[in-house]
Design a protein around this ligand. Structure first.
Ligand code: ZN
Ligand code: ZN
Length: 741
């Protein structure tokens, strides 16, 4: 929004005469209404309004400011208002009274275009006829809240002070709301403490402001003060207090609030019951939530959905599903809750299955939230066909490509391996926020296009978009995947002094990764020692990975030990360490580790690779024989093995964790890796010259990496493999990662 400036309130109006002070323009008549005006009562139909308008003009009634304002109200503030028409009426009024101005300001503040409210307010001041009164300011502040227009709102606040209305509680309550909407809780609180006679709305506004800003502690503290001040809370208060409890996860206080509500017999409405239910699920007490849910005499779809989300968050997906199936009425929010429950609970396939069901159902139509969750599930699975379909659907249904959807689309295309398409979406968006920029930087980073990611980061700053902590994680990630050590060091060191963002533990993790991969292990260790916070597992994991890459056994053992102290059941740590032992030929240590894992009941997370063919996801585990084309796949694998051997390829045995006997068996075990099965399946089930896209849940192993390089040249196929950390584009015998991974 462009800045709107306001002319000052005309001097002669600053301390208005008594007759004006409580005058909203409508109370100063003691005459009964003209019969024509009574027709306006409850009338909102445009054609009818126009008839009355014509009649008022004929009778000369319209030229009475009061009567005209009644017509204006009927057109601007009815249940189905017509603002265009209201403006025409307003423009015809020879001398609109203050009430008419207020009506127009209020109508715009509550409806589509709050900027108009501020412009009309400014126009009114410019005319210099009326002084804004206590019915003007609250709606100006409402408009400014909608726009988060802090500067404009503060100017108007100054006018309130000058106009002598600075102790009007109605105005001050709207000011609390305004400052909170502009994320300025300090100013909101300042207004609150200076209200001479607070009413329950004042308390509610401030408690709600705290609760919505995730300041649960402050909200609850204020509620205690309200109690102590003898102010009786109402339902609105309790809904905010419950929300604060939920956000804080304070179950004990939540239970106390519950009994407080019962003791004081507050409310009893469905909204309050739903708020209690929400609090219990957020505080993680499904038991309390179920009890309340079963006791509730009335439930709406919000109650059912809250319960569903609560179950899903606690990992009880079956219960969530049963609730969904049992709902008497489902709306799009219920569908979205189930889809996002699966998507965020690491079950993207189920999420897509529910989405397919939604498409076939007449109950609801997908909305923006549905699409964001579904795109994210596609990204997790590498399901590019469905992702493309959703993109086309968005265009067909004319969804506005807002920041959320744009970010999700870019993320989906990047993670499904189609970087060009991600870039196309990115450049098609005119206005980009920090998340859109960051997601594109992340996309380039995971595809190993480090230089391009850094260039984009510079472009982002040219457009004056401020980077946040996520942006820096992605930038450092780009440096790490492309070996840009100096650039990484530079940005890491600039974070706090230049951008005011203190590096968090994940930034340290990235930096250790950058240094470690480049072989600067000593510098990496020094950085870990200098960290202002305790290193997370991710930091030790990065160091361990680097030790594997550079075959540093001593440091690797140390990093692994520290990592296992933090995450005793981290199977990846054992695997990485055994890789190091294998690399330096210490096979007895490999055997010892394997036994240790077995004794502690720790299993290596099974490698799983998936490939989408014609919109269907096929998953493969190690040595999988469950696929219906299994025979053909293994025949293809034999053929691949022969062709690779014929060009002089020797399998890399150091990648095997199992202490299998004999090189031949080891060789075979390597051939059973899930990514190789997926590649073989891709070769027999997709057209020649189409790229084979594979998603693997773990890091790709060194042998599969070398094999994929050769397959890409021997079979003349592009293979795009996404592993847990990044993309590998195999083409003509080379990989985009330049073997730097
Ligand atoms: Zn492998
Ligand atoms: Zn690679």
């Amino acid at each position: 929004m462009a800045t709107i400036s306001f002319p000052p309130i005309p001097i002669q109006h600053l301390y208005p005469a008594k007759s004006n002070s409580s005058n909203d323009g409508i109370n100063d008549r003691n005459l009964p209404d003209h019969p024509t005006l009574s027709l306006l009562h409850g009338c909102s139909h445009l054609a009818r309004l126009k008839q009355i308008h014509a009649r008022m003009l004929r009778l000369g009634l319209f030229f009475d400011a009061y009567s005209a304002s009644r017509l204006l109200t009927a057109s601007a503030l009815s249940t189905s208002p017509s603002l265009d028409y209201a403006h025409r009426v307003f423009d015809q009024i020879p001398q609109p009274n203050l009430y008419s101005w207020n009506t127009l300001i209020r109508a715009h503040a509550s409806l589509s275009d709050p900027t108009q409210s501020l412009l009309i307010y400014s126009q009114m001041l410019l005319q210099g006829v009326h002084t804004p009164n206590k019915f003007t300011f609250p709606f100006v502040f409402k408009a400014a809240s909608e726009l988060s227009a802090l500067k404009e709102g503060r100017t108007v606040h100054g006018m309130v002070v000058k106009s002598g209305l600075h102790s009007d509680v109605f105005i001050l309550n709207s000011l609390i709301h305004f400052y909170a909407a502009c994320s300025n809780l300090d100013l909101a609180h300042q207004v609150f403490v200076n209200i001479p006679q607070r009413d329950v709305v004042s308390w509610n506004s401030m408690i709600t402001a705290f609760a919505q800003a995730d300041c649960g502690e402050e909200a609850l503290e204020l509620f205690r003060k309200m109690e102590a001040a003898g102010m009786k809370p109402n339902e609105v208060t309790m809904v905010s207090v419950l929300s604060a409890c939920g956000k804080k996860g304070d179950l004990e206080f939540g239970r106390w609030v519950y009994s407080y509500i019962k003791r004081n017999k507050i409310g009893g409405s469905l909204i309050l019951s739903n708020a209690m239910l929400d609090m219990y699920t957020k505080c993680g007490s499904l038991e309390d939530a179920w009890r309340l849910f079963d006791e509730m005499p009335d439930k709406d779809s919000f109650s059912w959905t809250t319960m569903l989300v609560g179950c899903a968050k606690s990992g009880e997906f079956e219960a969530a599903r049963r609730l969904f199936d049992a709902m008497p009425r489902r709306d799009v929010a219920s569908w979205n809750a189930l889809i996002s429950a699966y998507e965020q609970g690491g079950q993207p396939k189920e999420a897509l299955a529910v989405f397919h069901k939604l498409q076939l159902s007449a109950e609801a139509k997908p909305d923006q939230v549905t699409l964001v969750s579904t795109l994210s599930a596609c990204a997790q699975l590498g399901a590019i066909d469905l992702g493309r379909w959703i993109h086309a659907y968005m265009k067909k249904q004319r969804f506005r490509l807002n920041f959320h959807l744009a970010t999700s689309l870019i993320d989906m295309y990047s993670k499904c391996g189609d970087l060009e398409k991600a870039l196309e979406v990115f450049w098609s968006i005119e206005l980009k926020d920090v998340f859109v920029w960051s997601s594109m930087i992340a996309g380039l980073a995971m595809h190993g296009r480090g230089e391009a990611a850094i260039n984009l980061f510079s472009k982002m700053q040219e457009t004056k978009v401020k980077p946040n902590a996520v942006t820096f994680t992605n930038v450092l990630c780009a440096c790490s995947h492309s070996g840009l050590v100096d650039t990484g060091r530079l940005y890491f060191n600039q974070m706090l002094p230049i951008y005011g963002i203190a590096p968090k533990v994940e930034h340290y993790g990235c930096m250790v990764d950058i240094l470690g991969r480049a072989g600067l292990l000593e510098e990496a260790v020094e950085l870990i020692e200098k960290m202002p916070m305790a290193p997370h597992a991710s930091v030790w994991g990065a160091l361990l990975g680097a030790c594997r890459l550079h075959g540093n056994l001593e440091l690797g053992e140390h990093a692994c030990k520290r990592l296992l102290e933090l995450q005793p059941r981290n199977d990846g740590a054992y695997v990485l360490l055994s890789n190091i032992y294998a690399k330096v030929g210490k096979w007895d240590e490999v055997t010892r580790l394997r036994k240790l894992m077995k004794d502690t009941g720790l299993k290596k997370e099974p490698g799983c690779s998936s490939i989408e063919v014609d919109g269907v996801i096929h998953e493969f585990l190690v040595g999988d024989i469950s696929h219906h084309l299994s025979d053909k796949i293994y025949a293809k694998l034999d053929e691949i093995a022969l062709r690779l051997k014929s060009v002089g390829y020797v399998p890399n045995m150091s990648q095997i964790l199992q202490d299998v006997e004999g090189d031949n068996v080891k060789e075979q075990a390597l051939y059973l890796h899930s990514e190789k099965l997926a590649i073989a399946f891709g070769l027999i089930s997709t057209r020649p010259s189409t790229p084979i896209r594979i998603v693997k849940n773990l890091r790709v192993c060194g042998d599969c990496h070398s094999a994929a390089k050769i397959i890409s040249s021997v079979y003349d196929r592009e293979i795009i493999l996404r592993d847990r950390y990044r993309f590998h584009h195999f083409k003509g015998g080379h990989c985009s990662c330049m073997d730097y991974w």
